[in-house]
Design a binder for this molecule. Structure first.
Ligand SMILES: Nc1nc2c(ncn2[C@@H]2O[C@H](COP(=O)(O)OP(=O)(O)OP(=O)(O)O)[C@@H](O)[C@H]2O)c(=O)[nH]1
Length: 762
């Protein structure tokens, strides 16, 4: 073809006809409109003009994409596909260039080398060919930049199009995929993913796995060991990429330098046996030190408080008891720096004293012993010391290193000494933090407040917390809206070891949850949501795991049914009380299993957990949010809302009774004596009877007893009174009875009639 019309050429170059007309006019080629014919010479000139410009246009596109931020995603995707495309082109181009300049990855290089031979052949074949245009299709694609080639082929429109348009499929045999030298993975790979990475067919991998004794399907996840095993079979190195989980607080580096650190107040927990005076001691310390200095301050119970003595602060956790201490530790929170072990001087070491010692020791927290109730006549501090030595708490006076302070919490005696000792231990411990960084710490308490929403007491352990800080607390997030200290005063900042009550979170976190401040709210939200999702998944996994284990237990224990319950309450205390009461319900054969307890409204995640584990949700003084309601309807989850614990217990108890398979009991309804028998052909033996006790009914089950031995048990075939069928015959009457498929009836036998009755559980 020697000539073509303007619009044809425009179409070929993917430009407007007008552009072609303009260009031609600039070249002094006379054209009038898009239908005008252009000759070979003009086409050549146009080709020259368009070839370089095309690549420029591409460049321009790229730049434009980068400039336009709204296109970010698109650009990334395009770049992705471009990358892929580039890889493909490179592989095919490689034989020609074969310098690996644009692709440095090993596998690609290998592929280059391997492909080198056939491609060279194809190239040389082309060189031998006098008319390259005729064999144009055989050339590896990517020729569009070769203007020479294009020019020489200008009379072959199809060829030209192939070369100019998308990469033409190379007719040369598809190069066999090359096994890479090294593959990378993170966490795990499925069989098909591994096959792809190794450039093998999945079936081949499955066969290899079979040979190793692993029966795997194509979508099965393989662990590191198996991946390594398979890869080593192909001499491929495996590298595991560790993906840093941004949702884990531990993954955030704590790069405080020594010079950034300054002394922080100690955080003290008081533990001891019941009634040994923990609460009185806490109050006593607070009263002597707080109210005195902060006259007029209305003390607030926010779960922790601070006192100041000689310019030095001490933070006390206001939640005495081992439960709080251990719950926090169980959640990975180490908040206590010093433990005060209260032992009543008149009572000595008791079981919970020992428990407290063990908790403190396990947490490696130094112990100060406060020997309390010294005002009592029966006080015997020496005995306390003596008993504690058995638990490796040896007083300094006796050559040990445990500080003992004698106090009377009720009289406020010895409190100053105790505080002095706390300061001393704190000094030895060199407790430090960096106040000039974003805050992190632990939740001491959290609850849902009717007016204020989620309220959490946070203990700042490092950094300084400010009003307005974007924060992630456990699996919740938000912005610190307001901060109130232990005196009920609004504060704007809270430094290390300070307890503050904050509002502004989207949900209620749990005691012991960690918190962390982030630079912006978006990030906080992202991380908070991701953490919540992660926790939900973990919970779901946990529940299915538990169910499996329970299944096993059920088999062992003999068909025990259980009722799965999720409790959401307005305060942690109610949730725990309810959980405790429900677990105490005693219905034989059924157990209550508390899957989850939490504080706050019933959320969608609760419903999903319930749905996944077939649980009932109990809302105590809380209600489901709208999302939760919708999901509950969709998932058909039973949500019960209550305000009185007793009602909940009653409801669950009856549910538990209803759940049981009905239990039947045999109830004897009558006795019948056989006085004579008749043999009737086709009917069998008819017993002529007399009902001696109760009655016999047509549908009762009967036992034929001879000399005290049951010789038949079954149904009545016919019950007759004289010649008529009877429904029932009562004591004192005669009747005729035939038994189902049983004729060996003898005079003197006794028929016992009974029914099975369902027993109502008490
Ligand atoms: N005589 C005397 N009585 C005390 C002293 N300290 C506490 N008590 C009394 O001991 C009892 C128990 O005190 P709490 O402070 O409630 O003891 P607790 O260890 O907090 O008790 P639980 O909270 O039940 O574990 C109360 O009747 C107090 O008044 C003291 O120093 N001297």
């Amino acid at each position: 073809m020697s000539k073509m019309r303007v619009y044809e050429y425009a179409k070929k170059q993917n430009v407007q006809s007008k552009d072609i007309i303009d260009k031609l006019k600039n070249m002094n080629v006379d054209v009038s409109n898009h239908m005008s014919m252009i000759d070979e010479e003009a086409i050549r000139k146009l080709n020259d003009a368009y070839q370089p410009k095309n690549s420029k246009t591409e460049e321009k596109h790229k730049i434009e994409h980068k400039k336009n931020p709204s296109n970010v995603n698109k650009v990334e995707n395009r770049n992705e596909s471009k990358k892929e495309n580039t890889m493909k082109i490179k592989k095919d181009e490689a034989p020609k260039k074969n310098n690996g300049s644009s692709n440095n990855t090993k596998p690609a290089q290998k592929s280059n080398q391997q492909n080198a031979k056939p491609a060279q052949k194809s190239n040389s074949g082309q060189q031998q060919n006098a008319k390259p245009g005729q064999k144009g299709g055989n050339r590896p694609q990517g020729n569009r930049n070769n203007s020479n080639f294009n020019n020489k082929n200008r009379n072959n429109k199809n060829n030209n199009n192939n070369n100019r348009g998308k990469a033409a499929p190379a007719p040369q045999p598809k190069p066999t995929p090359v096994t890479p030298d090294k593959i990378t993975f993170s966490e795990s790979l499925t069989v098909s993913e591994l096959a792809k990475k190794l450039a093998k067919e999945p079936s081949e991998i499955i066969k290899k796995l079979m040979a190793l004794g692993v029966m795997a399907t194509i979508n099965q996840e393989l662990d590191k060991e198996t991946i390594e095993l398979i890869a080593s079979d192909y001499n491929v190195e495996v590298e595991e990429e560790i993906i840093i989980d941004v949702t884990e607080f531990e993954n955030y580096e704590n790069n405080d330098k020594e010079e950034d650190l300054s002394v922080r107040p100690p955080v003290v927990t008081i533990m001891g046996h019941v009634d040994h005076g923990k609460t009185t001691l806490l109050d006593s310390i607070r009263n002597t030190k707080v109210t005195a200095s902060e006259a007029g301050g209305i003390t607030q119970h926010i779960g922790a408080y601070q006192i100041e003595d000689k310019g030095k602060k001490i933070t006390f956790l206001d939640t005495p008891g081992h439960a709080a201490f251990t719950t926090m530790r169980a959640r990975g929170a180490q908040v206590t720096d010093i433990t005060i072990l209260v032992v009543a001087a008149d009572d000595g070491v008791m079981p919970q004293t020992v428990e407290a010692i063990n908790h403190a020791k396990a947490a490696e927290v130094p112990i100060i012993v406060a020997v309390n109730k010294m005002d009592k006549e029966a006080a015997n501090p020496d005995r306390v010391m003596q008993e504690l030595t058995e638990h490796a708490l040896i007083p300094e006076d006796w050559g040990g290193d445990t500080i003992f302070v004698n106090v009377s919490a009720i009289k406020g005696e010895g409190i100053d000494d105790l505080i002095e000792m706390i300061q001393l231990v704190a000094e030895v411990e060199e407790l430090k933090a960096n106040p000039n960084r974003s805050a992190q710490g632990t939740v001491i308490e959290a609850q849902l407040d009717k007016g204020r929403g989620s309220v959490a007491t946070l203990l700042v352990q490092n950094g300084t917390l400010n009003i307005g800080d974007p924060i992630v607390v456990g699996n919740t997030f938000g912005r610190v809206r307001a901060m109130v200290n232990d005196l009920g005063r609004r504060v704007k900042v809270a430094g290390p070891s300070t307890p503050v009550e904050i509002t502004g979170l989207n949900d209620v976190p749990q005691a012991g949850d960690q918190f962390m401040v982030f630079t912006d709210e978006k990030k906080a939200r992202q991380i908070g949501e991701a953490r919540s999702k992660k926790q939900m998944e973990a919970q779901r996994k946990e529940s299915s795991k538990l169910n499996l284990e329970d299944l096993f237990n059920q088999i062992k224990e003999g068909d025990i049914k259980e009722i799965n319950v999720i409790i959401k309450a307005d305060v942690q205390g109610s949730a725990e009380a309810l959980a405790g009461s429900l677990q105490k319900i005693d219905v034989e054969g059924v157990k209550v299993k508390i899957l989850h307890t939490g504080v706050g409204a019933i959320t969608e995640s609760d419903i999903i957990l319930a749905s996944a584990s077939n649980a009932i949700i109990i809302g105590f003084n809380v209600r489901p949010d709208n999302n939760a309601k919708r999901t509950a309807d969709a998932e058909k989850v039973d949500v019960r809302l209550h305000r009185i614990i007793y009602n909940v217990i009653e409801e669950i108890e009856s549910a538990m009774k209803g759940m049981l398979d009905p239990e039947f009991e045999e109830k004897v309804i009558g006795q019948v004596e056989i006085r004579t028998t008749f043999k009737v052909s086709k009917v069998g033996t008819i017993a002529g009877c007399y009902v001696t006790d109760g009655k016999v009914t047509r549908d009762s089950t009967v036992r034929l007893i001879r000399d005290g031995v049951v010789i038949y048990e079954g149904k009545i075939d016919a019950l007759k009174r004289f010649k008529d069928d009877a429904k029932e015959v009562s004591a004192g009457y005669e009747c005729g009875i035939t038994l189902e498929k049983f004729n060996d009836i003898k005079e003197g036998d006794v028929i016992e009639a009974y029914v099975m009755e369902e027993i109502k559980r008490a």
